[in-house]
Design a protein around this ligand. Structure first.
Ligand SMILES: [Zn+2]
Length: 1009
């Protein structure tokens, strides 16, 4: 790392920011910006104001914008619902109380309108509250029509003059979202009070905001999690001396990762906010978080910035971010800063919905106490130190209240709104320009389109990927006839397959490729081309990037992770191909031919698992070898469905994108039954975040399971009576010992997670009287017995390390890389045992999601460790005569031929030597040895998207291993096959293991010794 380079970069950045603030902050000549000060003619709500002062712990933790509350004769203050002021100690409202207040406002003033914007997974309502002048709210539709023209410049023929005319009269929409992260509790009360101020306050500063723009507020984004958090907080207030349980579940599925869903849009909250953002044609999405003292505006984060956003946006980030710091610094509030440590690479954050849809993404981290207690807070040195971007840092030690937090949130938002309004014509014009540049993309930077071919065998995953794009408001078209495009000779973007590297002949400059009718085309001459491009393109994070700590995933290429063919086309002629818009993408399925047996080809479609559970009474066999029937080719693992009527089959596959061919007789290949396995799905009480992505994947596919905790395992009887397969998805916290031990329980009080009158919102997913006990040694024994008696245990990443470290398997080691940096990247893998049912339907290569392993090695000897042997390849011969490759000699006797060492690939076990075989009770019999199904690609092909540094530590090592154990199996994953709704392409590795649970040894070839 070269610090000088960094310092210079930073100096330039500051300079740039200062210039930007100076330029954009300057009002028109002759006019002056309105000062933040209350209207002396408007009476103040004295009692409320007195409490604001009482709950604010230092005079400099407030501002002239929020240190009073204007009085109103007819509009109720938040006290009407809270019983105290916003930010009062001890008070956290449930979402429905927040909504109740917003609806009281709506009744009392024409300046507030409340909209229901959808439901959560658990059926709770989400709302958006519009606050503006009565006139603006009366003209919502007319104004929206104007904004819609700016949002889609095709409607005005990209006419800049017309855009300018619309910009002159349009009222912009600034969308604020609160408490997506449930332990970050301050936003709802701040937003209640903000809505009141915007509706009531007659000071010129606030009036300009109200008259000039529409403030749209979703006070609670994660409603399910909010209500659970309020439960816990109230329980804490009632039992102040006890420890209270950590918020193990936020939403139904995931916790903190609810703010990483803006790519695949699997969660309702993402979908609802996205729909509102797009429908309202909003210019800003400003998401409120709490963690860092006192207000970290990470609107303008550190690099690298996302490569697909318009530079107009990155300039806007700097403008609004630094201006916000300047405004709050002038108001005397310490600890306000921007830039910080957040990089702006991944588009997975909720706020990034705006960045990817031509708006402005913003995010605050304010200082929260994780509840409404007033607490003494002591900061770490790196939190209170003065840095170049934090010239007025927070104080090392303070008493901090929820009211302080609310003061910062509201002041930050009000200054932001005011600055935005002062410069709204600039921002509206930018909104139009970003959309226009999205439309003109094909002939500017390109590409012209992405194509998803009608010849892709994985129609279900293809349809799913297209539906994600449609959720993102991307227009999808379909070719009505075959068409050709010119592609670069060397296939751009896609890493070369390993075999092709061997013959590096000069590739032709271009090639022509024909796509069949029915192929999908994502045109890039549309207003939201940016999000499609960002999701479908490849990512490259250089190991030399000055940013050494990526904030989140570095790669996400969805075509790769979905195992779907996506072709990036620069040839603008593609836009002239005959095509029609597609409203609803359907992967239709149907049966053809005549016969009583239905053959369905396996291309590793997750829909096959859906079908198995839909047709519970049908008999389904899997072919263990490829075959041909009815003129069609079928892969290993293809389904042969019997005991089902054609109508039943057609009904089941109609929407699954599966094609069935009716045949008269079973093909002459070996088959085995595919049963609807009974699944136990295990979670810990340590963390449910990462497993939640597996749960939502199975729920969407309709694969049923019993959701049980490690505590249930330890208390269970014979697990084999109830289950065939136990899934133990990644935990993401604590490691193997924590899985066994749980949370500390030799001191403190029980931590209940259950529904009680005091905590009505807990316990919906699962419940326990005490979260602290873990799997325990009883549980370990039960898991072991389950496997020994024929069950299948499937683990991934850290639970694989757990299975290895507690000795559930023989012949596998799992270690962490030493210098390896694979930070949420898309990684190349290769099938090495295509006959394993786990690999059914897959091609030779597969892209998968990897986050630093673990690194597996397999051995044939218990306690052995796979290591590279010394030899010429590793230049490790002993010191002696000759070159590195030469044999040494001994003086006085002829040289001897050294017996050749048995060779093995890195994913294989080292073959046994005769010496090792002698009386060696540690040697694992061939049938009990680990079977490697999937391995990581060679080092040079490892990186598909994202960051790979030191990849040779994991290259070629096993990625999925099927380990026989007693009568059963433990299937170990180093990749995470089910993640954030982004990895559908690897789902079938898990689903195949489930469906073939009692035939995993199919096709297995054993070593001779
Ligand atoms: Zn947060």
């Amino acid at each position: 790392m070269n610090p000088c380079g960094r310092v210079r970069d930073r100096f330039i950045q500051i300079l740039l920011a200062v210039i930007l603030v100076a330029l954009t902050g300057a009002a028109a000549p002759g006019s002056r910006e309105t000062e933040p000060a209350r209207d002396p003619k408007q009476p103040v709500d004295e009692a409320y104001t007195e409490k604001i002062h009482k709950y604010t712990t230092q005079p400099y933790f407030t501002s002239p914008l929020v240190d009073y509350l204007p009085a109103s004769k007819n509009v109720p203050t938040p006290e009407a619902v809270l019983g105290d002021v916003a930010g009062a100690p001890g008070i956290l409202p449930y979402a429905e109380d927040v909504y109740k207040y917003m609806r009281l406002l709506e009744k009392a003033t024409p300046r507030v309108k409340v909209f229901s914007i959808g439901k959560t997974e658990e059926g709770r309502e989400m709302i958006a509250v519009a606050v503006s002048s009565a006139e603006n709210l009366d003209n919502l539709e007319e104004n929206r029509a104007g904004l819609a023209k700016l949002a889609d410049p095709r409607t005005i023929n990209l006419d800049d003059a017309e855009a300018d005319r619309i910009v002159e009269r349009a009222v912009p929409v600034y969308y604020i979202t609160g408490t997506i992260h449930s332990p970050e509790t301050g936003a709802p009360t701040a937003l209640m009070e903000l809505a009141y101020r915007l509706a009531v306050d007659d000071s010129p500063y606030i009036r300009e905001i109200r008259d000039g723009m529409i403030t749209l507020i979703t006070p609670v984004v994660e409603v399910d999690g909010r209500d659970r958090m309020v439960d816990i907080y109230r329980w804490h207030v009632a039992h102040p001396k006890d420890f209270y349980p950590p918020l193990i579940y936020w939403g139904k599925y995931v916790a903190h990762d609810n703010n990483r869903d803006a790519m695949a849009v699997t969660l309702k909250l993402t979908e609802n906010v996205l729909n509102i953002y797009v429908d309202w044609k909003a210019q800003v999405l400003h998401d409120l978080h709490e963690s860092v003292p006192y207000l970290y505006d990470n609107t303008a984060g550190d690099g690298p910035f996302n490569a697909w956003v318009d530079p107009i946006l990155t300039d806007e980030w700097e403008m609004v971010g630094w201006r916000n710091v300047a405004d709050m610094t002038k108001l005397g509030m310490p600890g306000v800063f921007t830039h910080g440590t957040f990089d702006t690479w991944s588009p997975g954050y909720l706020m990034f919905i705006a960045a990817m849809h031509n708006g402005i993404s913003r995010l605050y981290e304010t200082f929260g106490n994780g509840g409404a207690d007033t607490r003494e807070r002591t900061l770490d040195a790196d939190e209170y130190s003065r840095t170049w971007y934090r010239q007025n840092p927070p104080l090392p030690k303070v008493v901090w209240s929820q009211r302080d937090n609310n003061n910062y949130e509201e002041t930050g938002l009000l200054t932001s709104l005011h600055y935005f309004n002062e410069n709204k014509q600039l921002f509206l014009k930018n909104f139009y320009l970003k959309a226009k540049r999205s439309v003109t993309k094909p002939r500017a930077e390109g590409p012209a389109a992405y194509i998803l071919s009608a010849s892709d065998p994985r129609t279900d995953s293809q349809a799913e990927l297209l539906r994600i794009l449609q959720k993102q408001a991307v227009e999808v078209s379909r070719a009505t006839a075959a068409f050709s495009v010119t592609l670069p000779g060397k296939k751009e973007g896609k890493p070369q397959k390993e075999e092709k590297d061997k013959n590096k002949e000069a590739a032709p400059a271009t090639t022509t490729r024909e796509f069949p009718a029915g192929s999908y085309i994502i045109r890039m001459d549309q207003p939201y081309s940016r999000i499609a491009d960002a999701l479908l393109d490849y990512q490259y994070w250089s190991p030399d990037d000055p940013q050494k700590t990526p904030y989140d995933d570095t790669g996400w290429t969805l075509g790769e992770l979905f195992n779907v063919q996506v072709t990036r086309v620069n040839d603008v002629k593609v836009l002239e191909a005959p095509m029609e818009p597609v409203k609803e993408v359907r992967a239709a399925g149907a049966a053809t031919g005549e016969g009583s047996i239905y053959a369905i080809n396996s291309s590793a479609q997750p829909a096959l698992a859906t079908l198995r559970y839909k047709l519970r009474d049908a008999s389904i066999e899997a072919a263990e070898e490829p075959f041909e029937s009815g003129g069609k080719k079928f892969n290993r693992g293809s389904f042969l469905v019997k005991k089902v009527t054609r109508a039943q089959l057609n009904g089941a596959i109609a929407d699954l994108g599966l094609q069935a061919v009716a045949i008269d007789a079973m093909p002459l290949v070996k088959t085995h039954p595919v049963r609807a396995a009974r699944i136990a799905y295990v979670h810990t009480w340590l963390s449910t975040q990462t497993e939640g992505w597996w749960r939502i994947a199975l729920d969407v596919l309709g694969v049923p399971y019993d959701y049980i905790s490690t505590q249930n395992i330890s208390k269970s009887g014979n697990l084999n009576v109830k289950y065939d397969v136990i899934l133990f998805p990644p935990v993401g916290a604590g490691g193997a010992s924590a899985i066994v031990k749980g949370l500390p329980s030799t001191w403190g009080n029980p931590l209940p997670w259950k529904k009680t009158p005091e905590t009505p919102n807990l316990g919906s997913n699962d419940s326990t009287d005490d979260m602290r006990p873990g799997l325990g040694w009883d549980g370990v024994a039960r898991l072991q017995a389950f496997v020994q008696k024929g069950g299948v245990l499937l683990t991934a990443t850290d639970t694989s390390q757990f299975a290895v470290s507690i000795g559930l398997v023989d012949g596998v080691t799992a270690s962490n890389g030493q210098k390896m940096q694979i930070v949420g990247s898309v990684i190349g893998t290769k099938v090495v045992d295509a006959a394993s049912p786990i690999a059914y339907g897959y091609d030779e290569t597969l892209s998968a999601f990897c986050n630093n392993g673990p690194v597996f090695s397999v051995t044939n000897v218990v306690g052995g460790r796979r290591e590279r042997r010394p030899g010429p390849e590793t230049h490790t011969r002993p010191t002696g005569r000759g070159t590195a490759e030469d044999p040494d000699f001994a003086i006085g006797r002829p040289g001897l031929e050294v017996p050749e060492e048995p060779k093995a690939e890195l994913w294989e076990a080292q073959p046994l030597t005769d010496e090792q075989m002698h009386n060696n009770y540690r040697v694992i019999p061939p049938a009990n040895r680990p079977r490697v199904v999937l391995r990581y690609a060679d080092a040079k092909n490892l990186l598909v998207s994202g960051l790979v540094e030191g990849g040779d530590e994991i290259a070629q090592h096993p990625a999925v291993v099927d380990v026989p154990a007693g009568q059963g199996h433990v299937v170990l994953f180093s990749i995470n096959p089910m993640y954030r709704g982004e990895t559908r392409g690897s789902y079938s590795l898990v689903l195949n293991a489930i469906l073939n649970f009692d035939s995993l040894n199919a096709g297995r070839k054993l070593a001779e010794k």
